[in-house]
Ligand binder design. Sequence first.
Ligand code: FE
Ligand code: FE
Ligand code: ZN
Length: 277
Amino acid sequence: MLYIGCHLSSSKGYRAMAEQAAAIDANTFAFFTRNPRGGSAKELNSDDIKRFHEFADEKGFGRIVAHAPYTMNCCASDKKIRQFAHDTLADDLRRMEAVPGNYYNFHPGCHVGQGIDQGIDLIAEQLNSVLTGDETTAVLLETMAGKGSEIGSRFEELRRIIDLTEHDNVLGVCLDTCHVWDGGYDIVSNLDGVLEEFDKVIGLDRLKAIHLNDSMNPLGAHKDRHAKIGEGHIGAEALVRVMLHPALRGLPMILETPNDIDGYAREIAFLREKYSE
Ligand code: FE
Ligand code: FE
Ligand code: ZN
């Protein structure tokens, strides 16, 4: 089964997102839990959530993939920023339990000059202060491009966060194709090798979702600029191979390409076509 979708605006609620997804032949979607620059989240509406579940069940949706705001930096050097990250993480995870059994994806953080080791320690500390181990939501660390002082551009860094987290049963990984490419993992000429390395370092059982994006930059650029499918340095063929790889079957494939809704509809149609060939 192919679960494919794109990033949608959450302003009208869960049911509206699911309807918008279905209208472009998507059967999963991603959304920001709150304004990506931070701020407060909309109140949960139990009627909306009920109507979302009815619709998603009827249409056979896969798991949905919520995204934490970009401003959530779990390993900031400023204590106030870390407190904001803690409060956001705790509030988001509480709210995710209203739609049980889905995914919550976040950028591990930027160490802003404190060094990778300290950054990793602070991220694990945050997770340890929030996670109870009883969450039905899987909390996904996103693979990063390694822009600036970003943590998570090496699989080993994600592994260490997992190792330092007490309730690691809740943790998984979301692999962003643009980010790993920018991080130096050659998914174009050696996808099998990259996935073998992922398996060796982290374990493929931790891999729960894919962000399917092309990249505006060459391998190892550490830039993080997404391109439309087929318009970047990764290319459509390599991204189709990711979609079709047996080790990745059944994972939600989320497009975060620079598109309006019609552009997403075209990319989903293209990928579905390739899937059925
Ligand atoms: Fe992301
Ligand atoms: Fe991403
Ligand atoms: Zn990105």
